[in-house]
Design a protein around this ligand. Structure first.
Ligand SMILES: Cc1ncc(COP(=O)(O)O)c(C=O)c1O
Length: 371
């Protein structure tokens, strides 16, 4: 009886081909976001051991606002501000937490958040608890962004407008037109929030991301997550000081939660250093992306979607690839729009050219047999 509603949910998901379960990673890595192969690297292992040796704690023991604030957090934030040329940086336990905090806290009642239709779930989570109005804009449609801004301004003289985009979209691997969005934001006096989760470490000078040119502006907020190319975890929010100070005072997930482990902050400090010190990692990754593009429909980035459409078929194809030793996962709605279930192929330094070539061949055979 107690379990009846939950069994019904699971059955419903199953009947739609959307039931998920946990699987331990196996096979060649074509699914992680560990783009620079830092997560399991000797380099970060050494950074962690050195931090432990100098006495950096493995737990923070409290909220950043209480006893949990450690010199490692502050050193990381200062180094990240210098690296990303940001006015102020705040370190969160995850990118999800950071986006949720930003969108739940900063847009005020009477504001409008205009978000790209493909924006990440963490921004939706923030908007749901925030007080501002929200409106979806078709993917990468600049004219639609501008029309929505004008429409809001025609009736509301006050109230801020927030534009929310990802610089590199996590499930499509395509890019936002950042220069044009930044121009729109400047012309209409909007805030522009750029989630760099998948671009940090991979694109831009020294891996500073695609929005590096806009860092430092009062109206631009940039999020760099640390669990993807940086090989660790957490997220660095770059924004103007008053915005960061309001988050420290108002963001419930930041205030009422144990601070990330100081050890984690020490590891991220190491990740930032390696970005500038070892550009060859990025060079190698871009060569692999180029190689993958000879065999698969290119997206322009390390994230290459193979759109299947049907949920069940995407799962069956992913399983077939896994049986051949390739760790490729099916991504289904609501993570991606309905009718666009896909295989999300990600290119990382955890594989080499020969594995990419072989994977693409097997994918072609499998796709052919399920046509
Ligand atoms: C675009 C985007 N933003 C934010 C996040 C959340 O980051 P984290 O994994 O650090 O919570 C993700 C993770 O999947 C993402 O793809």
């Amino acid at each position: 009886m107690l379990m009846q509603p939950y069994n019904a949910i699971l059955q419903r998901l199953e009947s739609k081909g959307r039931l998920r379960s946990l699987n331990v990673a196996q096979g060649a890595d074509f699914s992680s976001n560990d783009y620079l192969a830092l997560a399991g690297s000797d380099y970060l292992r050494n950074i962690a051991s050195q931090a432990l040796e100098r006495g950096v704690p493995v737990g923070s023991g409290g909220s950043r606002l209480l006893r949990g604030n450690h010199p490692e957090h502050e050193a990381l934030e200062a180094e990240a501000a210098a690296f990303f040329k940001a006015p102020q940086v705040l370190y969160f336990a995850s990118g999800f937490d950071a986006n949720q905090a930003v969108f739940a806290t900063l847009p005020q009642a009477g504001d409008l958040v205009l978000y790209d239709a493909l924006i990440h779930a963490s921004i939706h989570a923030g908007m749901q608890t925030g007080k501002a109005k929200t409106q979806s804009v078709p993917h990468n449609d600049l004219a639609a962004f501008e029309a929505a801004i004008r429409q809001f301004r025609a009736t509301e003289k006050s109230g801020n407008i927030w534009l929310a985009v990802e610089s590199l979209y996590s499930m499509d691997g395509d890019f936002a037109p950042l220069a044009e969005l930044s121009d729109l934001a400047d012309r209409y006096g909007c805030f522009l929030c750029i989630d760099e989760a998948h671009a940090t470490g991979v694109f831009g000078a020294d891996g500073r991301g695609l929005a590096a040119d806009f860092a430092g502006r009062d109206n631009v907020l940039i999020l760099h997550t640390c669990g993807k190319a940086l090989g660790a975890s957490g997220a660095l929010l770059c924004a103007a000081k008053p915005l960061i100070d309001v988050l420290i005072n108002r963001a419930r997930g930041f205030i009422f939660s144990t601070a990330p482990a100081p050890l984690q902050a020490a590891i991220v400090r190491g990740s930032l250093k390696v970005l500038a010190a070892e550009p060859q990692r990025r060079g190698k990754l871009h060569a692999l992306i180029h190689h993958a593009e000879q065999h698969l429909q290119p997206s322009g980035s390390q994230i290459i979607p193979y759109i299947v459409g049907d949920n069940q078929r995407a799962v069956i194809m992913a399983e077939a690839l896994q049986n051949h030793g390739f760790d490729i996962r099916a991504i289904r709605p609501p993570t991606v729009p309905f009718g666009t279930a896909r295989l999300r192929i990600s290119i990382t330094l955890n594989v080499d050219e020969a594995q990419i070539t072989r994977m693409a061949e097997v994918l072609k055979q499998i796709a052919h047999s399920y046509e």
